[in-house]
Unconditional design. Structure first.
Length: 252
């Protein structure tokens, strides 16, 4: 991991299952620390998942309790398809299971999902609308995000999570009505980095009330360039370098 930017943007071809598992777990722990760096999740109101590369119906996440800014790989637990604790010790965040399990089950292409309550995404979700291409970052989500228009903000069942997964479809992100934002990715880094971008897009929409969107053609052109190398992974690497420094801190 001498060059962290390269480490996060390298494709998984050639890695053993164990190597990929460790990589994903490190990214999960780093992801929680990045949420904390943005002053999110102080109340434990968020979660990041990472599908296990072998037990694909199971996912890793932070056990309930540790502060996000002190997340370590040793604090992660493996959650099974029935919400049971498969590996690790501690309390499972049941709400996270209700949301993440159905999404990962419905999206075999997805490795990770990220959700946390934020200062701009949560109030934007109360407006029950989708994004428009009003900024460069918003083009990343152009024609590639969904709206979950459902009043069950207190997700208390797998069935509710399935409805979120159905609304998400094949897109990279979803706005949960009166609740907040959620992103998915083909890596943990992509999901977390995309979430930070999505929060900034929500902020722009709430601040620029008279914004004039660019055309669909211009938005599609910008998107094609922005996502070429994985916009979320690049953002994730830059934030780790800025806020954390040595990524191995989460393995100590």
């Amino acid at each position: 991991m001498d060059d962290y930017r390269e480490w996060t943007t390298t494709e998984p071809a050639g890695r053993t299952a164990q190597e990929e598992r460790e990589r994903r777990k490190i990214e999960v722990a780093l992801g929680y620390r990045l949420l904390a760096a943005n002053k999110w999740g102080d109340a434990g109101d968020g979660h990041i998942s990472a599908r296990d590369p072998e037990r694909r119906d199971c996912f890793w996440m932070l056990r309930y309790g540790p502060s996000y800014h002190q997340a370590h790989v040793r604090d992660l637990v493996l959650v099974g398809p029935d919400g049971e604790l498969v590996e690790g010790s501690g309390i499972i965040n049941v709400a996270a299971y209700y949301i993440h399990h159905p999404i990962l089950a419905a999206r075999p292409d997805a490795v990770s999902a990220t959700h946390v309550h934020t200062g701009w995404g949560t109030p934007f979700s109360a407006e029950v609308r989708k994004f428009s291409p009003i900024t460069q970052e918003s083009c990343v989500f152009f024609e590639d995000h969904a709206l979950f228009d459902d009043e069950e903000v207190q997700v208390q069942s797998v069935d509710a999570g399935k409805r979120i997964a159905d609304a998400l479809g094949g897109t990279r992100a979803i706005i949960l009505r009166n609740h907040g934002l959620l992103t998915v990715g083909d890596s943990v880094a992509e999901a977390v980095g995309s979430f930070v971008q999505m929060e900034r897009v929500a902020e722009a929409h709430l601040k620029a009330r008279d914004a004039v969107p660019i055309s669909a053609e211009a938005a599609r052109f910008a998107k094609a360039d922005l996502v070429r190398y994985g916009s979320g992974r690049v953002s994730f690497a830059a934030m780790v370098a800025r806020h954390i420094g040595d990524p191995s801190v989460v393995t100590r």
